[in-house]
Design a protein around this ligand. Structure first.
Ligand code: WTA
Length: 669
């Protein structure tokens, strides 16, 4: 990027003047204070050595980091530990066995279960013994395809206890996706359930497992030897004798005594496949010691966790990395009390999440911007019916949070008193990397602010040179960190090519970012979401934020569509707020012109959308990411491409129908 391009992207910054200082009381008692940044910068490895004291090491490590063969890192070299012991047993031994680890809430009303740390220990030991009976040994891979029930946490911890890396596959994925992941990591055991509850009904899982096992077996190289099935819905399931085993038949009667073995710090803990890329899935490998240090430290620091008094709730599904790092490993390593919820946010009513927050007195709440925008769309009256006064910290993850959504979250959910921590990280990073600290940082809505203590990031240009304050470019991580991915499962070369070859000696995150005049980081979305309009770099996120800041807009997605004159042109898809239009009425042309002018006012004429289409829904993956590729197909009048990773595949039909009936405008106004 040239100097002049930097100047142009600078001119495109949204002008955000709001600042939110940490509440005085929170700042005074915060786990992490301002001086920690300097301490970590002065001696990064000493800092990470100190954080490792959070864990129980059966054998201490001799070296913090071995970076002699980059990009292959070894953290806490020579150390030995057991992840499950660290997440469960040691809390019981420390006298906290009666503390609730999990407040589980099923989707059907009144279907709840609390598990203390002592009960969790018993369950994990039984499951570990049962898995051993089924032939699982240290190093074997186990696939987990389950709903959000306590057994999924128990299963993950039982695998970790045995040193058998798990690969959790999101329950919303198809049999094909499951089969390809099982095959790629060579799992010989699958843990599943008959089904789970979603949107008020039983939703089955076992048929997809049966189909996946058949596919895996057909390849001739591998076969799934055992399928362990939790009974959740009680629906009838197909059964393969000799292969399928009920969880209650083998786990319930197993011994509750199990001695945890200590494994090398670099022993594989799990493989998590990332979606969204074409071709073969990428199996991100995380290992034991560094991952547990990275997740437990950041969970404690970013959420200011006080395990004796806080009630924490991360709404992510366990099938994503957020569910691994900030529902299972980070919080349990810290001895937290947390909520897990099985179902969807609007079942049986739109206030379900807030009802749960009220019932359990949730103090720390972690969710995604897409959920926040949905709640905004539904209106403040819904959360306002519930007592959310116990909340003290709010978190956001997964995509840039628009300033409007941030402020709504802070005000409406957080009562104006809770800091919002916008946490940037990836499946690959394992742990939160860039985020405010709630007791230190004066937050700016829309900015993830600065790298956490012990983390080094830069924004660089095409040549890999730092852009400096006020500049825009690519986000890179310049020093190794404890929870970093170690490789792609079975594919070291692809690991190097994907992350370490774009810029010399640094990790390329694939995200665009800008540094504001204070040096704070604003994420601009994936670099493939950055548009180039008449030679100007424009971020989809920035324009989406501008659209969402209009009072009539609930949600917006922006894509760059090919344009003969300008290279790319800005095309926007918007969902209007329920209050903006009488139901059934077409979006009037005047409103579309108003929105185009609004973007021009907020960002500049260059960002004014060529076209705005009013749509009833946006196409999203099951993890809530907008599939811009499909919207680009619509904007460029192409046949819509592969929709198999859409959460709801009918959305594209709705969008196309809406556009055919004329609720869009492509005219210059
Ligand atoms: C995006 C989820 C802006 C980013 C933990 C990243 C974010 C990708 C943020 C990783 C954030 C995540 N602000 N963008 N706070 N958090 N992202 O692997 O593009 O599902 O590269 O991990 O999500 O998504 P993943």
């Amino acid at each position: 990027m040239s100097e002049s391009t930097n100047q142009e992207s600078l001119a495109n910054l949204l002008h955000e003047e709001r600042r939110f200082e940490p509440p005085a009381e929170l700042a005074a008692s915060a786990n992490v204070k301002a001086e920690v940044y300097e301490e970590a910068a002065a001696d990064r490895l000493a800092f990470w050595a100190k954080q490792a004291e959070r864990l129980h090491w059966e054998q201490p490590f001799d070296e913090v980091l071995d970076w002699s063969d980059p990009p292959f890192a070894k953290w806490y070299v020579g150390g030995r530990l057991n992840a499950a012991y660290n997440c469960v047993d040691r809390h019981v031994e420390a006298g906290n066995g009666d503390r609730v680890a999990l407040h589980w809430v099923g989707e059907p009303d009144d279907d709840t279960r609390d598990l203390t740390y002592a009960q969790l220990q018993t369950e994990v030991c039984k499951a570990a013994n049962a898995l051993t009976e089924l032939g699982v040994k240290t190093g074997d891979r186990v696939a987990i395809y389950m709903p959000m029930v306590p057994e999924v946490v128990i299963a993950m911890l039982a695998c970790a206890r045995l040193g058998a890396p798990h690969t959790v596959v999101f329950g919303g994925f198809s049999a094909d996706a499951l089969a390809s992941r099982v095959t790629d990591c060579g799992a010989k055991v699958v843990i599943t359930a008959d089904g789970g509850y979603r949107r008020g009904a039983a939703s089955s899982l076992k048929p997809a497992v049966d189909e996946a096992c058949e596919k895996v077996g057909a390849s001739g190289e591998l076969s799934v030897e055992k399928v362990l099935v939790v009974r959740r819905t009680g629906e009838e399931v197909g059964w393969t004798e000799g292969r399928d085993v009920w969880w209650h038949d083998v786990v319930d009667g197993a011994s509750s005594e199990h001695a945890p073995e200590a494994f090398d710090s670099e022993h594989p803990l799990y493989v998590m496949y990332t979606s969204g890329t074409t071709g073969k899935p990428k199996g991100i490998l995380h290992t034991t010691g560094g991952y547990l240090v990275g997740t437990s430290y950041t969970h404690w620091a970013v959420f200011d966790l006080k395990p004796e008094t806080d009630v924490y709730w991360c709404t992510a599904d366990v099938g994503w990395v957020t569910g691994h790092s900030y529902m299972v490993y980070g919080p349990l390593a810290n001895g937290a009390t947390q909520v897990i919820y099985e179902g969807t946010p609007d079942t049986p009513h739109k206030g379900r999440w807030w009802e749960i927050c009220e019932k359990y007195g949730v103090t720390i709440f972690y969710t995604a911007p897409t959920a926040i925008r949905t709640f905004m769309k539904q209106g403040a009256e819904i959360p306002q019916k519930f007592d959310l006064s116990k909340l003290r910290i709010l978190g956001s993850v997964g995509e840039p949070i628009n300033p409007e959504a941030y402020v709504w979250y802070r005000e409406t959910i957080g009562g104006g008193r809770c800091p919002v921590v916008d946490t940037w990280w990836q499946t690959e990073t394992g742990q939160i990397m860039i985020s405010p600290l709630p007791g230190v940082t004066a937050g700016k809505p829309g900015s993830a602010m600065t790298p956490l203590p012990g983390i080094s990031a830069e924004v660089v240009n095409d040549e890999g040179q730092p852009v400096g304050n006020g500049g825009g470019g690519y986000l890179v991580l310049t020093e190794p960190w404890p929870a970093m991915l170690r490789t792609l499962w079975g594919d070291d070369q692809r690991f190097k090519d994907t992350y370490w070859s774009r810029f010399k000696d640094v990790y390329f995150a694939g995200d665009g970012a800008k540094l504001d005049d204070d040096g704070d980081i604003w994420l601009l979305g994936r670099v493939d979401d950055v548009m180039n309009v008449s030679g100007h770099r424009l971020s989809t996120t920035e324009i989406e934020s501008a659209l969402v800041s209009h009072p009539k807009v609930a949600e917006a997605a922006v894509v760059g569509a090919k344009d003969e004159t300008t290279g790319q042109a800005v095309c926007a898809f918007v969902i209007l707020r329920e209050s903006a239009l009488e139901s059934g009425e077409e979006a009037p042309d005047s409103l579309i012109q108003e929105l185009r002018k609004h973007v021009q006012k907020e960002i500049g004429a260059i960002a004014k959308p060529r076209q705005i289409m009013v749509v009833p829904e946006l196409p999203k993956t099951r993890s809530g990411k907008i599939m811009r590729r499909l919207l680009r197909d619509v904007a460029e009048h192409r046949e819509v491409g592969d929709v198999t990773t859409l959460a709801d595949s009918t959305v594209m039909d709705l969008i196309s129908k809406g556009i055919d009936s004329g609720s869009s405008s492509g005219d210059e106004g």
